[in-house]
Design a protein around this ligand. Structure first.
Ligand code: HEC
Length: 203
């Protein structure tokens, strides 16, 4: 009896699982399409922006939640509107954090220096995971002629609590969504961000 019911149940359960998987796949596919309502509106003439159409397409926002935009891979991304005059909160905050913590070595606007690489170029190839890993753990290239050290910021809350902000700003620079400008207008600081920031800095 037990044997029989198992034999009957098994294909039914398998069928159900398949159906669930298929509907999940369709759903995921839907949420991966760039949302025209979230499209960027970039500055039509900013020669410092170096637009990279491929990256702009790849980084396009497919979702926004509590003022935080994400791309098809589910990673944080930028959103620029109003002909390049307005940016999302994370791009703005990342700009400020970058110029407080990183520009001394990496140069203003992610342009690089004789000491450290141009992050506007590095972020064309680095994944989100790689970026966070380097930020937290540092990086050291030692050769006979040079010794360059990227410090590990894993214990620095002023950096790690803003890791996504830094990533989003540098992604916007890498894709050429914004040029060498101080962001002007910005979206309001989301309530969820205020809360997360407080917890991160205080905890
Ligand atoms: C004391 C100088 C210094 C500071 C401050 C600094 N970096 Fe670096 N960073 C470096 C150097 C030098 C390298 C290159 C290390 C190497 O290639 O081994 C580097 C490499 C990197 C890389 C890897 C780049 C690549 O092309 O692989 C990332 C990402 C990075 N830094 C992000 C940041 C961010 C974000 C900040 C600010 C929170 C920051 N760095 C602050 C010196 C610095």
């Amino acid at each position: 009896m037990l044997h029989l019911s198992k034999a009957v149940l098994r294909p039914v359960l398998a069928g159900l699982a398949l159906a669930a998987a298929a509907s999940a796949a369709v759903h995921a596919e839907d949420s991966k399409k760039p949302d025209p309502a979230l499209a960027n509106s970039l500055s039509p003439n900013d020669p410092t922006a170096e637009k990279d159409e491929k990256l702009l397409a790849k980084d396009a926002a497919v979702k926004v939640e509590d003022g935080k935009y994400s791309d098809a891979e589910g990673h944080p991304t930028f959103r620029v509107t109003n002909d390049g005059k307005k940016v999302d909160w994370f791009t703005y905050s990342g700009y400020r954090r970058y110029h407080a913590e990183c520009h001394v070595c990496h140069g203003p606007d992610g342009m690089g220096s004789t000491y450290a690489p141009a992050l506007k170029d590095s972020l064309k190839r680095l994944s989100y995971e790689e970026f966070i890993g380097i930020l937290a753990g540092g990086k050291q290239e030692v050769s006979a002629s040079q010794q360059q050290v990227m410090p590990a910021f894993g214990d620095n809350k002023n950096v790690m609590c803003y890791a996504d902000d830094l990533y989003v700003y540098l992604k916007a620079r890498a894709a050429g969504a914004i040029g060498r400008v101080r962001p002007g207008e910005r979206e309001d600081k989301p309530e969820a961000v205020k809360k997360a920031e407080k917890e991160c800095l205080g905890g």
